[in-house]
Design a protein. Structure first.
Length: 75
């Protein structure tokens, strides 16, 4: 079911979608920077830890957002 973008609910969903999209792009960029840095300097385990943390936060964000969207659709 789609929501008309002209309604308040549609505007909220559009805004939320843009925020999620921007957050995803930023998280992927940060993850890429940490991965490249870790590959260039393998003696730094902290970079690998940061890379894993960002990866886990990204996956957790997707899980939380998909559950929220599922709840919105059921309402």
């Amino acid at each position: 079911m789609t929501v008309d973008p002209g309604t308040p609910e549609g505007r909220r969903r559009t805004r939320r979608g843009l925020v999620v999209f921007a957050g995803t792009i930023v998280a992927l960029a940060v993850q890429g920077v940490f991965l490249v840095a870790a590959l260039r300097d393998p003696g730094q385990p902290g970079l690998w830890v940061l890379w894993v943390i960002v990866l886990l936060l990204l996956a957790t964000g997707f899980i939380i957002e998909s559950r929220r969207e599922g709840r919105r659709r059921r309402q």
